[in-house]
Structures are given as structure tokens and as C-alpha cells.
Write a protein that binds this ligand. Structure first.
Ligand code: ZN
Length: 275
């Protein structure tokens, strides 16, 4: 059961906080649901007095830091329920519990600096919602925003792939303030600073790149001229227009158009003469 909880949390909270979050669940188990995005709330806590059952839900679309803060917020409600009789939902008892469960993760190993400072400030007197604190809400939201198409490495989840200086990597575990990343081409591990900005690579593009690295010489799709004919897998395409992070390509077999990630490595078949 703990392994299951760990595996689930691993997908949603920063890697460094995963074991801690699982240990909280082990101390006081509850039903845990990761939900779709809800407009009205980031998460909630429910208690069924008849069965004595606790339920915590968190929106699965939150970034890992917002997810962690919400998880601990709801867990603090559970502690309040265990320790006190009828008290206000976000009263001083809850604030104490929230501070207590936040304490072990309120550090640089878990949160990026941009969030840590405002979160420390917020935790002195936490409000009913992280959304109610505009500074914290902005700092957490800022991590979602792509900066020139890049995001901080620490915001990626375990196993996510990214491009850094023209090489593709896969994000592995975090070690203190550094993150182990495996370079796709060489299979070598490198330590990255957790705050470096990287370009997110979608899993399909990464798989494509992985399959092709053994086949000889390949080029990244977006470096090719328009009209170039290339092979991807078993199919032959002609490169057309670049659209943001994808390239419109025509399958020369069925004449249908497909969007292929610009970082996909493809095998050039021939350069078409320009009319
Ligand atoms: Zn609450």
C-alpha cells in the first residue's frame, strides 16, 4: 500500500518530498484522489463521521510545488480532526498543524528560491488558501509559465525529457540542489543545477529520438530546409512549415499532413530542388 502511495505521489510532488509525503499518509492513512482541474478549489479534505474515514483530493493539473503545498494544506485539516474537537476550519489549530507538516520540506532541496521566500513568509500566518496570498499564488503560477519556451529543470517530473544546448536528456532523481540527467545520445549521467532552464520535450518526440539514434546520421527536423524529404520510422515525409514547436509535414505515401515535434531527429532522404 505504501509503495502504491509512493508511486502515485512520485508523479505529482517534487522528488525530494515524495518519501516525506508518503510517510505522512502512513502515519494517518486516508483515501487519496487526484482529480481533474476544478475552478473553485485546488484540493479538499472530507471526513465521514459514521465510518471515521478521511478523504483528501488534490487537482492533478497543479505543478508539483503547488500540488505539494495543497497536499500539506489538506493533510493539516486531517491532523486537526484527529487532535481537536470542533474548531474553525482554518483557525489557529489548523495553522499550527500546517506549519508543522510544512516544516520538513520548507527548504532549497524541495522548493526553488523564487517560491521558497514567499512561502516562508506565507507560512508565518497561512491563509485559508494559497490563492488568497497573491505573492504566493503568483510565485507558484510563475513556474507554469514558459520563459522563452523553457522551464526550470526542477519543475519537470521524474522521467520527463528535455533539450538543453541541443542535446536531449531525461530527468532522473534529485540530489540536494542538483538533478541527475541522462543524456540520450551517450547514455551518460550528468548533474544539472535544479534551477537551470530547459526546453520541455514531449514524450513521443523523445521516443522517436531514442529509436533512431542507432540508425546512422540524423538531423533535427527544425534544422532542415522546407521541402526536404526525410524518413521517420518507416515513413517518408516532406517538410513543410514550422508551427511553434511542431513542424507540419506531408506523408508522401498517403498525402496526409502531420505535426511532428521540431526536435525529432529524422533521416534526410533527399534535398528537393526549389522551384
Ligand atoms: Zn483548507
Amino acid at each position: 500500500m505504501k509503495e502504491e502511495m509512493f508511486a502515485c505521489l512520485n508523479r505529482f510532488v517534487p522528488a525530494e518530498a515524495c518519501a516525506y509525503c508518503a510517510s505522512l499518509w502512513e502515519k494517518h492513512p486516508f483515501s487519496f484522489k487526484v482529480t481533474r482541474s476544478r475552478r473553485t478549489k485546488l484540493g479538499d479534505y472530507r471526513y465521514d463521521p459514521r465510518s471515521g474515514h478521511h478523504t483528501i483530493t488534490v487537482n492533478g493539473t497543479l505543478n508539483s510545488y503547488a500540488f505539494l503545498v495543497t497536499y500539506l494544506h489538506e493533510y493539516a485539516h486531517l491532523l486537526v480532526r484527529k487532535r481537536f474537537e470542533e474548531v474553525k476550519p482554518h483557525g489557529k489549530e489548523w495553522k499550527k498543524c500546517f506549519q508543522e507538516v510544512m516544516e520538513p520540506v520548507l527548504n532549497q532541496n524541495v522548493f526553488p528560491d523564487s517560491v521558497l521566500d514567499v512561502l516562508r513568509e506565507h507560512m508565518r500566518n497561512p491563509m485559508a488558501s494559497s490563492q488568497a496570498d497573491p505573492k504566493l499564488a503568483v510565485a507558484l503560477h510563475e513556474l507554469n509559465k514558459e520563459q522563452n519556451g523553457t522551464v526550470p529543470l526542477m519543475s519537470l517530473k521524474l522521467g520527463d525529457s528535455f533539450v538543453y544546448r541541443n542535446s536531449a536528456y531525461q530527468r532522473r532523481e534529485q540530489r540536494r540542489t542538483r538533478v541527475v540527467c541522462t543524456q540520450l545520445e551517450t547514455g551518460k549521467n550528468y548533474l544539472f543545477s535544479a534551477s537551470v532552464f530547459v526546453e520541455v520535450l514531449n514524450p513521443e518526440a523523445f521516443e522517436e529520438m531514442k529509436q533512431q539514434r542507432t540508425l546512422g546520421t540524423f538531423e533535427q527536423l527544425h534544422y532542415l530546409d522546407e521541402g526536404t524529404v526525410f524518413q521517420l520510422g518507416k515513413r517518408i515525409f516532406k517538410k513543410k512549415k514550422l508551427r511553434r514547436t511542431r513542424v507540419l509535414c506531408e506523408d508522401l505515401n498517403n498525402r496526409r499532413e502531420y505535426l511532428i515535434h521540431k526536435d525529432a531527429r529524422v533521416k534526410v532522404v533527399e534535398e528537393l530542388e526549389k522551384a
